[in-house]
Unconditional design. Structure first.
Length: 161
């Protein structure tokens, strides 16, 4: 499912692509799927690097296409939380990280989770990192290779190291 250019994309570019993805998923969440019509213009306006734009576009399109399955997976582990009641930023950080956990075999789960925690801390509330970590650790635990990767991001579900 990954292309050679995506596999070799430097870390900073992937982080930037995740930020773009979060921004656009936020728009889709608030305005609706018709926002996808402006995706290419959004990416051209926001990012000069072609590889970063391509990675962000793949993340956005796949996350939107698989949104129902992604939301079901998040909802299945989000005890006492309805996905529509989560903060918009947190919900979309969870969506993009769940996309990476489920659909990207070139991204180690710990990396996807750590990046999501950082996005949550940066763009949402001070409690978002712990919330996001707790949900994603549960999703990671349900992955086929979870037993061989025992342990999580190094943080407990309360966000402590």
């Amino acid at each position: 499912m990954t292309t050679p250019s995506q596999q070799s994309l430097p870390v900073k570019k992937r982080t930037r692509a995740r930020e773009l993805c979060l921004q656009f998923l936020y728009q889709v969440d608030l305005v609706g799927e018709e926002t996808l019509e402006g995706l290419n213009a959004f990416l051209r306006d926001e990012e000069k690097d072609r590889d970063t734009r391509a990675y962000a576009e793949t993340m956005i399109r796949t996350t939107c296409q698989q949104r129902e399955a992604i939301d079901e997976r998040i909802q299945s582990v989000a005890q006492n939380w309805q996905i529509h009641r989560m903060a918009v930023i947190d919900r979309n950080v969870l969506r993009l990280a769940t996309y990476e956990l489920l659909y990207r075999d070139d991204i180690p789960p710990k990396v996807a989770i750590n990046e999501a925690i950082e996005l949550g801390k940066r763009f949402s509330t001070s409690n978002s990192g712990a919330f996001i970590n707790g949900i994603l650790d549960k999703i990671k635990s349900g992955l086929p290779n979870a037993a061989s990767e025992a342990g999580s991001t190094g943080e407990g579900s309360d966000g402590t190291a």
